[in-house]
Design a protein around this ligand. Structure first.
Ligand SMILES: NC(=O)c1ccc[n+]([C@@H]2O[C@H](COP(=O)([O-])OP(=O)(O)OC[C@H]3O[C@@H](n4cnc5c(N)ncnc54)[C@H](O)[C@@H]3O)[C@@H](O)[C@H]2O)c1
Length: 317
């Protein structure tokens, strides 16, 4: 079996590529390395460096490799960037996605798995509730719009082209290899700052100085499990929430991460960021996860260990 992973040099995509290789798939990664890194691509997978918007390259890659499964992880992933550059966001997430989808249909793949976002497309999730699949969709950022638009294309081509697909709506994913220099990925950003002894910035949920937005943080290992089950066609539903259902404020996340590093955190407070939802918590699909998701403290511990190892490797200690 052959799997093509777009975005496989990125944080989640590289873990998915690892998992597919371990499960016995041949893996090709298509990635332009705009935010991903070549060293994230597992040994044993081939890296095709290029842009998913490049029609000829995408067609050639599919025709040469003839994958059975596509795991489409490549994207413009930042809500704030999408607010500043909505056209670029749509070009990558919609037009680029369509290039991948049409090429997949052209070579007749068995299954298409798409990394969507439960963290953005449900909109505000009121206190005391979790967004299940029946929760109204209410995208408020260009990123959420582009992800939802691609879901719709996938559903439409699923019907007209008979393409089996799974849409995985991730909550906020964290774990080893997440980029601490981007604008998304608060766990990685905080990990980096804790190790440098720098203060952690809490962006307001409503007013500067509050505990920050509420999110559902899911460990990358759980996301890989859901991806593998989807790739094998083991998930019954075409749309699945990949989440824990646990509500965590930015400040309690920061405290838990500092505990994992055995450090005392310092805080600075900032205004609410444009496009940020106040509260996003999802109803998890435990079947997709193959059981209970990893508990936050345990996941943060594994993540802290990885960041510490990387820091001491870089400093040669
Ligand atoms: N990290 C999260 O919390 C989260 C939550 C919901 C959904 N997602 C989705 O999961 C997927 C993976 O996200 P991630 O957190 O690993 O981000 P990431 O930035 O680490 O990975 C994205 C990868 O896509 C590549 N890429 C970007 N634009 C490309 C293009 N035009 N052509 C080819 N490759 C391109 C990047 O180089 C990178 O390797 C994305 O689709 C993202 O929207 C992530």
């Amino acid at each position: 079996m052959r799997a093509l992973v777009t975005g496989g040099a990125g944080f989640i995509g590289s873990h998915v590529a690892d998992g597919l290789l371990e499960a016995g798939y041949e893996v090709v990664v298509l990635d332009d390395l705009s935010s991903g890194r070549a060293e994230n691509v597992p040994k044993g997978a081939e890296l095709v460096r290029g842009d998913i918007r490049d029609h000829d390259l995408v067609r050639r890659t599919f025709r040469d490799f003839r994958p059975n499964v596509v795991s489409h992880q490549a994207a413009q992933t930042s809500v704030s960037v999408s607010v500043r550059e909505p056209r670029r966001d749509a070009e990558i997430n919609v037009i680029g996605g369509l290039e991948v989808l049409l090429a997949a249909i052209d070579v007749g793949v068995d299954r298409f798995v798409f990394a969507s976002t439960g963290g953005a497309i449900y909109g505000e999730v009121p206190e005391g509730t979790r967004a299940g699949l029946d929760f109204p969709l209410a995208p408020i950022s260009p990123y959420a719009c582009s992800k939802l638009a691609f879901e719709r294309y996938l559903e439409a081509y699923g019907i007209t082209a008979g393409l089996p697909y799974t849409i995985l709506r991730y909550a906020n994913v964290y774990g080893p290899r997440q980029d601490p220099h981007g604008e998304a990925g608060v766990v990685a950003i905080f990990a980096n700052r804790i190790l440098r002894g720098e203060p952690l910035q809490i962006n307001a949920r409503r007013e500067e100085g509050d505990d920050g937005c509420v999110r559902d943080y899911v460990y990358v290992g759980d996301v890989v499990r859901a991806n593998l089950r989807a790739a094998r066609g083991e998930l019954e539903r075409p749309v699945v929430n990949v989440a824990t259902g646990e509500a965590t404020t930015t400040k309690s996340l920061a405290n838990a991460l500092a505990t994992a590093f055995r450090r005392e955190p310092r805080f600075v407070y900032a205004e609410k960021r444009a496009g940020d939802l106040e509260r996003s918590v999802l109803e998890p699909d435990l079947e997709a996860l193959g059981g209970r998701p990893l508990e936050l403290g345990e996941g943060l511990g594994r993540t802290a260990d990885w960041f510490e190892r990387m820091t001491s490797r870089r400093s040669g200690t």
